[in-house]
Write a protein that binds this ligand. Structure first.
Ligand code: NAD
Length: 350
């Protein structure tokens, strides 16, 4: 059964490349979601990704209480294709035309393979774009806001585990000191958390030194005795084998697609480890960008929306308890409830 409202596939007239836009749902409001410019063995693999990722955006916005729907754009580059600056511009303008033709039903932002600078090029053609650089009126780099959202999720989990949202003295294992990870490490160090950190890039050791954090290897950190493990590197960390090695009470981090398969959430649940779904723990950047640029909120209102992730996680924990399900299943349930209420199928909750 087709779950999506609309799928647009067009060969870009300038670039000759397939531009795929998947609009999963506009039940909660106009759709939003990033542009993925990535290599795929076949353009149909790009379509599969667009379908999956747009549905994940619907879930992310619904769980975090944003009045936006899920969409995603994928430009499927054939293997080995390299885009010189002129061809990249052509691709971005092909994407922009297609987005503009939707008349505001969908707004695009950056994703894997694209940046705020690319959003500026799209913005030459259509206003339906977010995360342009700050000097062009956009909200720019979203990673500091993503880090603040993860901090909010950590507070809710800390309250659940230890009765206090204060992170002082908590032992945290942080994996990945990139754009988000470094911001998060600085926020956590300022809170007085005891940090053990790692990165595959040894140059990041100087951040650990500066913050007084212990350094571990990427292999060892997963079995280190900590209160909460914080994945902030690439996806796919949580495999059956890694879950068996964990020595923590919760896993809460901004990395996307942390589970190797959805069933691994059940494994974590059986081991009594709280796993906050990544679409919630990583939502701060998207929530901030869309609240300011699409919903035109003030900076204070946008900050409040990011901090509200603490309340979302608390609600998620309560729903999981009430329904005796995993937090991932609770997230699905909360999202479906909001979408059904918006569609007028059931009364909205108080
Ligand atoms: N940037 C955002 O606003 C944002 C928003 C939502 C989700 N995310 C997700 O958060 C994660 C981090 O994003 P980012 O923008 O900081 O990326 P980044 O590329 O800046 O940082 C990733 C860091 O992880 C390190 N790393 C890679 N593999 C590793 C491994 N196996 N072990 C330890 N370290 C490893 C890299 O060396 C790098 O320092 C990604 O999964 C991303 O999809 C980011």
């Amino acid at each position: 059964m087709l779950d999506h409202e609309q799928i647009l596939i067009r060969r870009g007239p300038r670039s000759g490349l397939p531009v795929i836009i998947a609009l999963h749902s506009t039940a909660l409001g106009p759709a939003a979601g990033g542009l993925r410019l990535w290599h795929y063995p076949d353009w149909r693999d790009g379509l599969t990704d667009a379908l999956r990722l747009s549905a994940a955006m619907t879930l992310k916005f619904a769980v975090t209480g944003l009045a936006s729907g899920g969409g995603k754009t994928v430009v499927a580059l054939p293997p080995g294709t390299w885009l010189d600056p002129a061809r990249r511009r052509d691709v971005l303008h092909d994407v922009a035309d297609q987005i503009d033709s939707l008349g505001g039903t969908y707004t695009v932002g950056p994703d894997v393979g694209t940046s705020p600078a690319d959003m500026a090029v799209i913005g030459e053609v259509t206003p339906h774009v977010f995360c342009k650089p700050k000097h062009l009126g956009g909200s720019g780099d979203s990673s500091p806001h993503t880090a603040h959202g993860t901090l909010a999720a950590l507070r809710a989990v800390s309250r659940r585990l230890y009765g206090e949202s204060d992170l002082k003295g908590l032992r945290l294992g942080l994996i990945g000191l990139g754009h988000v990870g470094e911001h998060l490490a600085r926020l956590l160090a300022a809170e007085g958390a005891h940090l053990t950190v790692t990165d595959i890039d040894p140059a990041k050791m100087k951040i650990a030194d500066e913050l007084g954090a212990a350094w571990s290897s990427p292999e060892e950190i997963v079995s280190t005795d900590v209160d909460i493990l914080v994945p902030a590197a690439l996806g796919g960390l949580l495999t059956t084998q890694v879950v068996g090695q964990l020595h923590c009470r919760a896993v809460v981090g901004p990395a996307n697609n942390q589970l190797d398969t959805p069933e691994t959430a059940e494994l974590l649940h059986q081991r009594g480890i709280l796993w906050i779904p990544d679409h919630v723990a990583s939502a701060g950047g998207a929530v901030h960008a869309i609240t300011t640029e699409v919903h035109h909120a003030t900076p204070d209102e946008a900050l409040a929306r990011v901090q509200a992730i603490e309340g979302t996680v608390t609600e998620l924990l309560r729903t999981a308890d009430d329904l005796h399900v995993t937090l991932a299943q609770a997230g699905h349930e909360m999202a479906q409830r909001r979408i059904r209420a918006a569609a007028g199928l059931v009364p909205a909750e108080g």
